[in-house]
Design a protein around this ligand. Structure first.
Ligand SMILES: [Zn+2]
Length: 162
């Protein structure tokens, strides 16, 4: 490690703290590989994945310009959203995923759960011929999300101590 004079070291620390703040908190990270989540979701929906059907690209908010998200989703939603959101863009076969940690902290959720939800929409559209304008598909995606969370993200129940 390089030796620093105490004042220089203190300045370096202050600068590091300032730049960390300026960049905001670290993005929320996916705990699972999207391939794993897709396999789980497909199995839950009774679908056998076909290598000839392209999986969706996943774009994280922290690495994606807002303009790209807006352009990808405007036609599908019928408006140009002002903020980034979790979504499956059908035309482009792309999933957009919020990874701002405060969003998940507020909801008590994780990005993996949201990824499972959007992957359910991918499977519905690409394998089951879904039109996402029909509300029952949303209900199913919510159910898949809840199942994935219970199966993979929530800690197992503690055994009852005597
Ligand atoms: Zn949905």
């Amino acid at each position: 490690m390089r030796h620093l004079e105490p004042l220089a070291a203190a300045l370096a620390l202050v600068l590091a703290l300032v730049s960390a703040r300026a960049d905001g908190a670290e993005p929320a990270r996916l705990r699972f590989d999207p391939q794993f989540v897709l396999a789980q979701v497909a199995a839950r929906l009774g679908v056998r994945l076909d290598p000839a059907i392209a999986p969706p690209a996943v774009h994280l908010e922290s690495a994606t310009p807002l303009a790209q998200f807006r352009a990808a989703i405007a036609a599908q939603w019928g408006f140009r959203p002002h903020v980034f959101g979790n979504a499956y863009a059908v035309e482009r076969n792309e999933i957009y995923l919020i990874d701002e940690p405060g969003y998940y902290a507020r909801l008590g959720r994780s990005p993996d759960e949201s990824l499972a939800h959007e992957l359910a929409h991918y499977v519905q559209v690409r394998y089951l011929g879904a039109d996402l304008a029909e509300p029952s598909w949303e209900a199913e995606a919510i159910a898949v999300q809840a199942w994935f969370s219970a199966a993979h993200l929530q800690p197992p129940r503690a055994t009852l101590a005597p």
